[in-house]
Design a protein around this ligand. Structure first.
Ligand SMILES: [Fe+2]
Length: 174
């Protein structure tokens, strides 16, 4: 006797951009804001480091000038990864210099004259401050189980601590 039974087959998995990627969902507001502020801080510190590189003076000009260029390059490399990470999460990010100014927590330095010692001390403090801001953003990532952003941030924490270390070793012997 013929049966009408059909062999159950697995539903074909139709993968669309929406179904395959949780990243299409808008990021949680707190995480998205934290990443935007962090990017503003990194840009602010990048500009300050570069400005001190340009305006460095004194006996150790070459060493300090080159050190700050190296540190600025490291900070600049963070900006693109950080902005694109926000976009992967469906969040908006920094759009302009004005946007940076509205969101940065690290302070600018517009002084006409800054001594080499003051430059290096200020950058050391800023990098330590940035480390704390990275740590607080890392905690937000953990709350949202965002391991990929947390992993990037861990690398940036190590880099910020390395910058602080180099700067503090110089500053404490000045
Ligand atoms: Fe340069």
């Amino acid at each position: 006797m013929a049966t009408n039974r059909t062999v159950p087959t697995e539903e074909p998995v139709v993968e669309t951009l929406e179904t395959t990627s949780a990243l299409r969902r808008p990021a949680a507001a707190d995480l998205s804001n934290a990443l935007r502020e962090l990017l503003a801080d990194v840009f602010a510190l990048y500009i300050k480091t570069k400005a001190f590189h340009w305006h460095m003076t004194g006996r150790h000009f070459r060493d300090y000038h080159l050190l700050l260029d190296e540190q600025a390059e490291q900070l600049f490399a963070v900006t693109d990864d950080l902005a694109e990470r926000s976009r992967k999460l469906g969040a908006r990010t920094i759009r302009s210099i004005g946007d940076i100014a509205r969101h940065q927590r690290l302070k600018d330095n517009d002084e006409e004259e800054v001594t080499p010692n003051a430059m290096l001390s200020e950058l050391c403090i800023d990098n330590r401050h940035l480390t704390n801001l990275l740590l607080s953003t890392h905690r937000i990532c953990e709350q949202h189980a965002d391991v990929a952003t947390a992993s990037l941030i861990e690398t940036w924490i190590d880099e910020a601590q390395r910058r602080s270390w180099f700067l503090s070793e110089i500053v404490q012997h000045l």
